[in-house]
Design a protein around this ligand. Structure first.
Ligand code: XLS
Ligand code: NI
Ligand code: NI
Length: 433
């Protein structure tokens, strides 16, 4: 035991009458919502990088957090793992997620870095034996080290491509070993700063081949989880190739991988792409790509990926409504890809950020489930398209322009506009949220 969280109790569901800050008021893991335990719906995960590896820096200033495990040694990496599992226990977190660089110190060579990774992975594996927290996903950090400054798979230098491929292999091995349910690829620097030095065509071919190799390796090692791409339009690159869900779908189709790879959708990335979170979720579901979510909230004014913890029940309800309509998570979950603010120095800030966010998500899930169970919204949607249920109308979709013209003339078709009822539906929505 470390003494980092000393004095902080395990968080339990106490209902809305709770008086302590250290209690869940809405997240009750065992409560059944829409036929499933809340814990099994939401599948919360803690992100190793923001909670344990991030020093609190921003572009104008460095480290603000003072953590006893900061440092580049194996001993520090193990202390970090100890503290992580203490936090998982306090929160009763069902899952965690990690990048290789979050959990191990970088070595002097590829071989040494990999040895460090394997040693920490074994250490984490032992800690998981005594814990109920599982691995939602693993991933490789192919963006922080300077070698990746011009990209990983899309780098003009084939040696960086090689390094990246080798690193992903070791991270997939680590994810398999720890029983991970997904493997994520966020193309942090797969994009460009200026077209003046960039060959778009070559970079896309490299990225496509790289992803095919990831899929091949998944099958080779018998990894049963999902491979997920995490779209993001910019930051750190000026323009990133995996811009949004629609762009990723085009990329997957181009390389024949649309049945092999799904998406991990992040709230803040959706906002940066000029979409709503629920748009990205609904589109992914409609394309058969919905995998998992990175839950956070972006600042609507700053234009940065601010990775704040979610605090808005109405917004999250829109998101979970789409998750429920998509049939819920299978291998995916709700990963808090969120960090406390750099002034939030205390260990309890880290705990309370998660407690609040878990409660917000739970309230949102309950509201979304109630709305779906009520059925009025879906009945309205179905009624709006009901004309298409008639066989003569459906037949148009396999007809041709000339036959349809003949039909319009013969039947004297004369469409009459109908209300979209948006405000009425918004009122309905707000009765539940
Ligand atoms: C960064 C991304 C990153 C991924 C994992 O913006 O959200 O944290 O989730 O590499
Ligand atoms: Ni992000
Ligand atoms: Ni993310």
């Amino acid at each position: 035991m470390t003494d980092f969280f000393k004095g902080i109790p395990q968080i339990r569901y106490e209902g809305e009458a709770a008086t302590s800050d250290f209690a869940f008021r809405h997240y009750n893991p065992d409560e059944v919502v829409a036929g499933k335990r809340m814990e099994d719906h939401l599948r919360f995960a803690v992100a190793w990088w923001h909670s344990f590896a991030w020093p609190g820096g921003d572009p104008f200033g460095g480290q603000t957090f003072d953590r006893p495990w900061f440092g580049d040694t194996m001993a520090a990496a193990k202390m970090k793992a100890d503290v992580a599992f203490e936090m998982f226990d306090i929160l009763q977190a069902p899952f965690f997620c990690f990048h290789d660089a979050d959990i191990r110190p970088e070595g002097a060579s590829f071989a040494e870095t990999t040895r460090n990774l394997e040693e920490v992975v074994d250490y984490i594996g032992e800690k998981m034996q005594g814990s109920s927290t599982k691995l939602l996903w693993g991933t490789a950090n192919l963006f922080s080290h300077r070698r990746f400054m011009s990209g990983a798979a899309t780098n003009p230098d084939p040696e960086v491509f090689a390094w990246s491929a080798a690193t992903v292999k070791t991270c997939m091995d680590a994810t398999l070993k720890l029983g991970g349910e997904n493997y994520v690829l966020w193309g942090g620097r797969e994009g460009y700063e200026t077209l003046l030095n960039t060959d778009l065509t070559r970079e896309a071919e490299q990225a496509g081949r790289f992803l095919q190799m990831v899929v091949d390796y998944k099958h080779k090692i018998g990894f049963k989880g999902a491979i997920l791409i995490e779209p993001k339009p910019q930051e750190p690159s000026k323009h990133q190739y995996d811009y949004d869900v629609a762009t990723v779908y085009g990329f997957l189709k181009r390389f024949g991988l649309e049945h092999e790879v799904k998406v991990n959708i992040e709230q803040g990335h959706a906002i940066l792409a000029g979409h709503s979170f629920e748009h990205e979720l609904a589109l992914a579901a409609s394309l058969g790509l919905f995998g998992s979510i990175d839950m956070n909230r972006n600042d609507y004014q700053s234009g940065w990926d601010t990775d704040q913890f979610p605090d808005s029940v109405p917004e999250m309800a829109r998101a979970y409504y789409e998750v429920l309509r998509a049939g819920g998570f299978t291998t995916g979950g709700t990963n808090f890809d969120a960090k406390i603010r750099r002034q939030s120095l205390d260990p309890e800030d880290l705990i309370l950020a998660h407690v609040g966010a878990m409660d917000v998500c739970a309230r949102a899930l309950k509201a979304a489930a109630a709305l779906l169970e009520d059925g009025a919204l879906e009945a309205n949607r179905a009624a709006r398209y009901a004309g298409w249920d008639k066989p003569e109308n459906r037949a148009m979709l396999s007809s041709d322009l000339a036959s349809i013209e003949a039909r319009v003339r013969a039947e004297g078709i004369d469409p009459q506009p109908k209300s979209g009822r948006q405000e009425r539906l918004e009122n309905l929505w707000n009765r539940f949220v």
